[in-house]
Write a protein that binds this ligand. Sequence first.
Ligand code: FNR
Length: 318
Amino acid sequence: MTSIRKDDHIRLALQQSEENPASDFDRIRFVHRSIPINKDPISLHTTIAGLEMNFPFYINAMTGGSETAKKINAQLAQVAKATGLAMATGSLSAALKDPKLEESYRIVRDTFEDGMIFANIGADRTLEDARKAVKILNANALQIHLNAPQEIVMPEGDREFHLWEKNISDIVKNVGVEVIVKEVGFGMSRHTVNHLIGLGVKTVDVSGRGGTNFIRIENARRPIALEYLDEWGLSTVESLIDCYALSDKVDVIASGGIRHPLDMAKAFALGAKAIGLSGTILSLLQSGGVKYAISVIENWKEELRMIMLMLGVSHIEE
Ligand code: FNR
């Protein structure tokens, strides 16, 4: 059941990504500088969750838990290794339920032995589960995902969320690696992020609307779709603007509908310290394979530097 669901998610995410929804990033423009002055060499270095990253964008959580997922994880890890990007696996829930499925995640660590790898679990999971997930991948950090709308629309989804706060606070305090609490494409408001700060969270990925849409994905799996919920959630841009005032209390990561280096630069200007990409990378892999994805990502690094040059900034924080 879980393996079939994982394969459905990949297929539907790819299928729906071809529809190019309107993006709030297109409604934002930089103030142009006619005389850009960069004092230092342009650096793409950033720090999130206490981890030093050579590049400010990474492959965000997607998959694991089936044969197809294993192949995709192996390819994503090859891309991460060749480009030096960090990478998150999809939720390890499937492996926690059935240890035979661990291999479909562990392939990431086996492929990219010294890589920066993030494990991923849902907020329904306990501290013990979190420790197991980190161990399976020898992970450098742990992502905890919040996906209530997806669970609600998923016919077989959870309906109980009352343990989430306790689990998050237990895990953040005791798991022994840095924790990133992330949405899955519905965005986070300042209210949510303040709530998470109160639970001890220091890094959030607001993962907003604008790219992969898990209500639409789950609707496509339902006998009767709840289409009126398709537009639920805050966009990534709305989330970043709402959370801007909290940037001194929490590291904010942006994901959700990031298509290219200009979207990344806009997200940095709105307070993000790093960027996660899921749907865009999956589409690159699907359309052109590993080598193609690597070449696009290498170009992105250079293009991001060019945008920073136009803006007259030398560091991501600027
Ligand atoms: C996801 N995403 C996701 N997130 C998570 O925390 N755990 C998971 O297991 C998954 N699974 C998953 C599967 C597939 C096929 C996709 C495309 C995405 C959500 C992902 O990390 C991200 O938050 C959203 O997809 C929004 O970013 P994009 O896709 O618009 O860049």
